[in-house]
Design a protein. Sequence first.
Length: 227
Amino acid sequence: APREGGTLNAQHLTLTYDGFTALHDVSLSVPPGHVTAIVGPNGAGKSTLFHCLAGTLRPVSGRITLGTRDITTLPAHARTRAGMARTFQQLAVFPSLTIAENVQVGADRNRRRTAVTQALRLLDLMTLHTHPATDLSTGTLRRTELARALAGDPHTLLLDEPAAGLDAAEVAALATLLRALAADGMALLVVEHDLDLVAGLADTVHVMAAGRIVTSGPADQVLEEAH
Ligand code: ADP
Ligand code: MG
């Protein structure tokens, strides 16, 4: 089971890009044992919010806490060390490394071997582990990224469009895995376009539009209104 990290909480986040306000007063929480989803049209600010939570963008105002700790100014690598793992919307697999080496990048030095093996098993990558991370399907590349994130034994997992480019069977397998991680106590935040995936996966859904959260609630309720 993942180590305890507490709830990731964003309060009143505002972020601007050169004077353009991409996030307006956004608040949400990502509790352990729960799948929280953010949906919304292109340009709504989903990835920008994701970057603030992951530490790759700094909000101009607002506060981010993890449990009782204020992490608003904590850099991304320190958040990773604190147990927050992430994947990228644009895949970030190193093509010159094997799949196993790509997964190792995410593991703590102390427990590298077991962590990598566990993550490869979980993502069904054992038969491919010595394969270079080139000429692979999007599904395999996404599984490699997820394995890398899990190899660090995170308590909080942030996923930006994890189903992009996956076929229906891969999406179903992904949903099953993510539900199991949440059932095991992990806190998951999923930014996702695919509302069918969100419906089968999320406990709580936040709908973003034009930099704001416009609707929040239980997944069935929010997605019902969206149809
Ligand atoms: P989403 O992930 O919901 O599609 P984004 O967070 O990527 O939305 O973008 C939100 C808004 O911020 C959009 O209007 C987008 O054009 C703008 N934006 C995103 N990244 C940048 C950037 N690096 N510089 C300037 N504007 C940006
Ligand atoms: Mg995006």
